[in-house]
Write a new protein. Structure first.
Length: 249
């Protein structure tokens, strides 16, 4: 065990109100690509003149206005690049669920929409950007599972004829204020805040860690973030490996 992980183990041992704030990097070990790294979704799917797989950049396709105007093209991209129904929780998800079971972790705040924290056993999961596992008819509000989206031909439609929309926050949409309030309160009350797998460049979610008032801010991320200078401990290792090692008795 390296020295930084040993420090994290000591911090966890002395904490009883830990909050974890995570991004796309938490799920890369489950085979789900992140967004902004060199191998991430955004670099992989940028329009190219010799390979016009998609005519628009991901940020455009994943916006509310694009969904409303070009719904079928949105779903072509969404099915191919955003849905990973066979992904399973990795060591990071499992370690966080175990940390909650021990009574130390009070909340998982995630920017991910894959539902893997809940599948791993975490119960207090605050999904800032919603969940791809929930899909809601825009007309009658009937809720559908992810299979409805995967198996639909073109635009998925409700029995009432309405268009079904994923319960995820698209660009130009606002985050759920009740989820934001719960997440803010959890961060404010935390004695230890562990941040993992996020560039901390996407707002307003990234700005939420400004509400932390404790003195144990841990960053587990392979690249630098704008908040590195505020961190009490920075670990550049795999999140799954780091948390699994830190939880060993």
């Amino acid at each position: 065990m390296n020295a930084d992980i040993e420090k994290l183990k000591i911090i966890i041992s002395g904490s009883d109100n830990i909050v974890f704030f995570g991004g796309a990097g938490v799920s890369t070990e489950s085979g789900i690509p992140d967004f902004r790294s060199a191998d991430g979704l955004y670099s992989e799917t940028q329009p190219q003149s010799d390979r016009p797989e998609f005519a628009y950049p991901p940020e455009t396709i994943l916006s509310h206005s694009f969904f409303m105007s070009y719904t079928e093209e949105f779903y072509r991209f969404y099915r191919e690049k955003m849905l990973y129904p066979d992904a399973k929780p990795n060591d990071a998800h499992k370690a966080l669920a175990e940390l909650e079971k021990r009574g130390k972790l009070k909340a998982v705040i995630t920017q991910n929409v894959d539902g893997l924290h809940t599948e791993a056993g975490s119960t207090n999961v605050l999904e800032l950007h919603g969940s791809a596992l929930r899909n809601i008819c825009m007309s009658c509000k009937e809720c559908y599972p992810i299979e409805k989206i995967i198996n639909a031909d073109g635009i998925p439609l409700c029995l009432c004829g309405g268009i079904i929309k994923p319960d995820v926050v698209l660009y130009k949409e606002t985050l759920d204020p009740s989820v934001m309030a719960k997440a803010t309160r959890a961060i404010y009350n935390a004695d230890t805040l562990i941040v993992g797998g996020t560039s901390l460049n996407v707002y307003p979610a990234a700005g939420m860690i400004n509400h932390y008032r404790g003195d144990k801010l841990i960053l587990i991320n392979k690249s630098e973030t704008p908040y590195d200078r505020y961190a009490d401990l920075i670990i550049r290792e795999s999140i799954g490996l780091t948390l699994s090692e830190a939880l060993k008795q």
